[in-house]
Design a protein around this ligand. Sequence first.
Ligand code: HEC
Ligand code: HEC
Ligand code: HEC
Ligand code: HEC
Ligand code: HEC
Length: 467
Amino acid sequence: MSKEEASERGPWAHIIRGMWRSPLGLIGVMLTTVSATLMVLGLVVEIFGLTNNVYVSIFAFMILPGGMVTGLILIPLAAYLRRRQWFKYGIAREHLQINLSDHKHRKLLVWLIVLTVLFFTLLTVIGFEGYEFSDSPVFCGTVCHKVMAPEYSAYRRSPHAKVACVECHIGPGVSWFVKAKISGLRQVWGVLTNSYDRPIPDPVQNLRPARDTCEQCHWPEKFSGKRVKTFIHFTNDDQKTPIINNIALHIGGMNRITGKYEGIHWHVSNGVKIQYLADKKRHNISKVKVTRADGSKDEFINTDVKLPKDAKWRTMDCIDCHNRPTHIFDMPDNMVDLGLYSKKINQDIPGIREDCITAITKQYKSRDEASAQMTKYLVKLQVKRHGQAFANKHMADLQKAGAFILKSYLDNVWPDMRIKWGTYGSDIGHQRADEGWGCWRCHDDSHVDTKGDAIPQDCDLCHDDPE
Ligand code: HEC
Ligand code: HEC
Ligand code: HEC
Ligand code: HEC
Ligand code: HEC
């Protein structure tokens, strides 16, 4: 190109054309155009609900905007880098001014403004979609597929299956939103570098106080009174007659007749504050401080509990009992008992309860290995017990029982995440009190105040027989 050509076209036209000419500029222009086009396409797909594939959403709302912004930065950069050449072709600095009385310049400016507005609108819309998407359970539960699979799976069969992860894990307000996104980035880093904890440790450190999150939908002022719950067990000695425990839980809340808080939800009622000193897992509690609604204070101490140095004081909230409101993991014997009671496991086959428990709690290396071996192993145990002929005769029932326990296993165990039966225990109740879960961490008759009164363990404090 000669100097004359350059000056004939005008300096601006030269610069704009020049943007295309450098490889960097070309990449920038292509990146912007392709990203923008695909983003629009992604939006259309989203709006018309053409696919539910999360990877489409991740691409359209999280990766492409990055591409477009990179492109938009590259273009002026390319132009800037070519500046030297303009001067080489004799474009004087003073020609690089925008002259609004020149209609070419005006046209250029209008185009620039229109394009900028268009791009920003697109980015805003996409940004909003991306934000909504990054808050959706599908994103939380499936993007970090392997990592979150156990929690996602437990969540989908829980009473909160329709409550978004962020409602409990982030809650309302900007500051927790920012904290969550920062910790989210750290988690993504953990996944990328394969350096996350297995299993993901509980209790979750720095979980937002539950009262900010749960109380969007539940509140202790609501009086629940009593709630009857039924528990069904069998034993290996008698796998036919169910032991049925009916209990009426004193959930309580504010009693509108007396105007006082009572029952189990007393711990989180107005004016009551309970703090306790515990180890990291919150299994061992040495001291409990209470402030009651009338202002009186008390401290209960169990001198037998020795805590490590990292023991911390914690103020009791919903999570100290409802640590599994949604990631509810089952125990193997309960699942086998459910199978027996619902006739998915044939109670008439002698020893089936014991063999099912042996098969379901066997340590398989992976979920695939369990899928391949569990039923075979159950059959093997039955052959050992009753001989091949018996097993053959009851093969259909054994297959059905095998399928049931396998499904229960797959709902609860993830060897690659080191999640075994019982890894995540529940603090509601006292079924696993020996392992440090539940109400009896405090209600053990051994935490005593100076007057000698204990946090009570009376069987009718928390529940009694339903009338
Ligand atoms: C009803 C409220 C609620 C919802 C909805 C919820 N979680 Fe949780 N989640 C919790 C609580 C409470 C804990 C803390 C348990 C603890 O500290 O012992 C927790 C813990 C976790 C943990 C730590 C491991 C564990 O099991 O303790 C992960 C991971 C997790 N949640 C992921 C998710 C994902 C992914 C979703 C959505 C698919 C989700 N959560 C939805 C309340 C909720
Ligand atoms: C966005 C609203 C929402 C939030 C936030 C929420 N829940 Fe719920 N919760 C529900 C709904 C809806 C149900 C189901 C009600 C029903 O089955 O009648 C429910 C049910 C429950 C139940 C009864 C479960 C059962 O077995 O029937 C408990 C306990 C509970 N929630 C505790 C919590 C705790 C603890 C938190 C905070 C970690 C929490 N919820 C946060 C909406 C919410
Ligand atoms: C001292 C332990 C404890 C604390 C603290 C606690 N709960 Fe509960 N809550 C229970 C027990 C026990 C039940 C009955 C258990 C069941 O049904 O499985 C229950 C039941 C519930 C239910 C179901 C009520 C119904 O009528 O069926 C909801 C909802 C609930 N709790 C929400 C909360 C919220 C929200 C908080 C925090 C403000 C909270 N709980 C604090 C122990 C507690
Ligand atoms: C961190 C310790 C702690 C844990 C865990 C705990 N409690 Fe308590 N609870 C207390 C203390 C302290 C009192 C009050 C004792 C007193 O004032 O004499 C109390 C009192 C109660 C009361 C009597 C409330 C009233 O009407 O005055 C009930 C019912 C109760 N707890 C049920 C439960 C249940 C159910 C659980 C488990 C789901 C549980 N608690 C877990 C510390 C705890
Ligand atoms: C501090 C409160 C508290 C005290 C004290 C208490 N329980 Fe419970 N118990 C509970 C709660 C809460 C549940 C419900 C657990 C659940 O929802 O999974 C429960 C459940 C049960 C169940 C049914 C569980 C099952 O798997 O069959 C039995 C039986 C039971 N309790 C017996 C007792 C006996 C016996 C005592 C007296 C030694 C006692 N409880 C004292 C809170 C208490």
